[in-house]
Ligand binder design. Structure first.
Ligand code: HEC
Ligand code: HEC
Length: 348
């Protein structure tokens, strides 16, 4: 029977069937491709998951970072309910410090400048080279030259409250301090005593062979930072005025001159791997020179002062870029603050 023998109706039917068949094939291919795509996207987190009724999806077995960088353990892995609550509270205090201690803080209002710990310890202290907490549990208590004493984790946490948050220290026995320390210890639980995992703190940055330039930094700041941190450097509050949407880099609500970020090396390293927002150690946005010059500019702007007369009791232990004398060598205060530092390193 040839096509001509069919009635026009049958011919149209045949055509429709052909069309439908083609459509089905195309749909099938699309679905298969989609499935393959989903499978590869979720491979790292869901492949090889151990089915367990108690577990939520976030606690499935994770494949280790292929580059060996430290990865934070998941809070969902904590079995004991009270411990889990405490660690989660600690994490929230790190991420949303202002909610508890900021201008309208629920625990103690006005106890800080309104910043969050997370502003500088990114992703609640878990980001690779984002000033993470991976080595705190493994290295404290330890001797610190700034205080000239052995410091425990409580002391170190309060250091950042009093300097970076320009605020009041927490009572060691308070629930909030217990929670913060529980969280920091939890993060470092798999790191061996005395060891520092890959990706801890800041990534090293080669020194310039000239002094860092606040003048260059000023122009760069306007281009690359002012859109969020504002031209006046004072950041931007959220609409409720109870926390910062963009934290300040100088002015009354910024870190004080006794803070770690006030040292230009720390600032330059922090922004090289983390700023403008979206940058990372393997995908930096600033050149080395830009990072150094912006650091010099920001740390030349006005900020709160701290009485640091008791810091660095042994002046020979001051870091080369500590901005305040007296020094154990003959280099000027300005060269200590802005560099060049090469010659200083050779003398030590
Ligand atoms: C303005 C930035 C900034 C803020 C905000 C900040 N910190 Fe820090 N913090 C630093 C810097 C910089 C260092 C490293 C200093 C150094 O090594 O000289 C540091 C170090 C630490 C360390 C020691 C880390 C280690 O591996 O030795 C702890 C613990 C810590 N901060 C806790 C906190 C807590 C808790 C808060 C909130 C109350 C906080 N920080 C807020 C900048 C900040
Ligand atoms: C797109 C907005 C954006 C831009 C652009 C940006 N930042 Fe930030 N910056 C942020 C946010 C948001 C945070 C807080 C991050 C957090 O809490 O997770 C932050 C945090 C910081 C901090 C630590 C907290 C503080 O206030 O001291 C520094 C230092 C900083 N930025 C410097 C810079 C510099 C320098 C530039 C320009 C090279 C820059 N940022 C560009 C949004 C931005």
């Amino acid at each position: 029977m040839s096509k001509q023998d069919l009635t026009p109706f049958e011919q149209r039917l045949l055509k429709s069937v052909g069309l439908l068949t083609n459509l089905t094939i195309v749909l099938f291919v699309v679905v298969v491709l989609l499935l393959i795509y989903i499978a590869t996207m979720t491979e790292n987190t869901y492949w090889g998951a151990v089915p367990d009724k108690d577990q939520t999806s976030a606690s499935v077995v994770k494949v280790k970072d292929p580059n060996g960088f430290w990865e934070a353990p998941s809070v969902y892995g904590i079995k004991e309910e009270r411990e889990k609550k405490l660690v989660e509270y600690g994490k929230d205090i790190i991420a949303n410090t202002a909610k508890y201690f900021g201008p309208k803080g629920s625990v103690k209002p006005m106890a800080t400048n309104g910043m969050n710990c997370q502003n500088c310890h990114l992703n609640a202290g878990t980001k690779t080279f984002g000033n993470n907490y991976s080595a705190v549990a493994s290295t404290y208590p330890k001797y610190r030259a700034r205080s000239g004493a052995i410091e425990n984790i409580y002391k170190r946490v309060n250091d950042c409250f009093e300097r970076s948050l320009n605020g009041l220290p927490l009572d060691t026995t308070s629930k909030e301090m217990q929670a913060v320390v529980a969280y920091i210890k939890f993060l470092g639980k798999d790191v061996k005593k005395g060891e520092k995992p890959k990706g801890v703190g800041f990534k090293d940055l080669a020194l310039l062979d000239r002094a860092c330039s606040p003048e260059n930094g000023s122009k760069l700041y306007e281009e690359k930072c002012a859109s969020c941190h504002q031209k006046n450097g004072e950041g931007q509050w959220n609409p409720n005025q109870d926390a910062f949407q963009y934290p300040p880099l100088w002015g009354n609500n910024s870190y004080n001159d006794g803070a770690g970020l006030y040292r230009i090396t720390n600032f330059a390293k922090y922004i090289k791997s983390n700023m403008p927002l979206g940058a990372s150690h393997d995908n930096p946005i600033l050149t080395d020179e830009e990072a150094w010059d912006i650091a010099a500019f920001v740390n030349s702007q006005p900020r709160p002062k701290k009485d640091i007369s008791k810091d660095w009791p042994k002046i020979a232990e001051k870091p080369m870029d500590h901005p305040f004398g007296p020094f154990a060598d003959a280099f000027s205060e300005s060269q200590h603050k802005y560099g060049p530092w090469q010659a200083m390193k050779k003398t030590k």
